[in-house]
Design a protein around this ligand. Sequence first.
Ligand code: NAD
Ligand code: UDP
Length: 337
Amino acid sequence: MRVLVTGGAGYIGSHTCVALIEAGYTPLVLDNLCNSSPVSLDRVAQISGTRPQFIEGDVRDAALLTGLFESHDIAAVIHFAGLKAVGESVEQPLAYYDNNVSGTVTLLQAMQNAGVNRIIFSSSATVYGDPASVPIREDFPLSATNPYGRSKLMIEEMLGDLHLAHPDWRIARLRYFNPVGAHASGLIGEDPQGIPNNLMPYITQVAIGRRDKLRVFGGDWPTPDGTGVRDYIHVMDLAEGHVAALDYLLKNEGLFTVNLGSGQGYSVLQMLHALGRASHQTLAHEIVARRAGDIAECWADPAAALALLGWQTRRSLDDICADAWRWQQANPMGYAE
Ligand code: NAD
Ligand code: UDP
């Protein structure tokens, strides 16, 4: 069964292609490569024995999408394509609304015209803003503090409206917590361009010697060790969450929204020390000022995903660090080599 994977050459998309192939699905990747390398798909082929069919193109290209749906029998869409850097979204809001929001409108219109009505959307825990308490449940209030987060909220609402108007649509809104780690082969992983914004790729670049030390954004948060706490989810657990959502949508009608997280929070220093153990080094760090817009704690109540999809995370913090380190060691400069 063929599944269109927009953004399938990217970090989460490439891992999800592996999980889809392993589950017997046929991914068809559409990606404009604005934040990824097609080498990731060669590596997916190395891991799985199957190279996903790849179309280089943009989800905002309506004519391309029309042709794509006409020429391929597509059962469902997993929609990863979008821009994801919070700081950049503050500087270039229109680029984010165009890519994320308009791109999704164009995709949904093409799907509707083609009679394809199953979609899985990459939302984010950022839609909870600064939660009043943790763990975070799906019924918590939603808010956004930057254009990236607002684009995710707008798309969630758009999907809700679409389902209200057309109840035959089958829609999954998946709210990811912090995806980290890499496939256990070390062949695919996260390959950020420039200086990493996110914690884990920054730490692995310190470990490989590309950065001198981790700057810890704030040591005075109201958390056990004073550093920020997040719910880090192994990217292959996340990928398998998409397969579970797809299996569900093929069997059930309706729209659902679930957190994809582990239900466990770790602090910045815990992550640094765990990667230090995996790489057999003491990693240097310095506590600096808090980062604008950060929150103290963000971790999931993942009970809904377990109840609805039968999915929960299987991989531990040690698995995350071992796999992230294997990827970083084998690919010190990412896919560029
Ligand atoms: P990524 O940048 O590695 O992957 C996104 C892919 O989409 C890239 O390959 C990029 O080239 C492609 N793309 C972007 N705009 C496109 C367009 N207009 N047309 C076609 N392709 C386009 O990012 P990721 O970490 O794999 O994230 C995937 C999705 O998950 C994104 O929507 C992101 O917002 C969401 N998400 C990510 C995280 C995270 O921390 N990584 C957390 C929550 C949600
Ligand atoms: N963080 C940090 N130094 C960095 C990058 C991140 O101390 O160079 C902290 C950040 O303040 C937060 C945690 O690590 O507490 C996770 O940050 P990330 O940007 O990866 O995810 P998000 O903040 O979006 O949950």
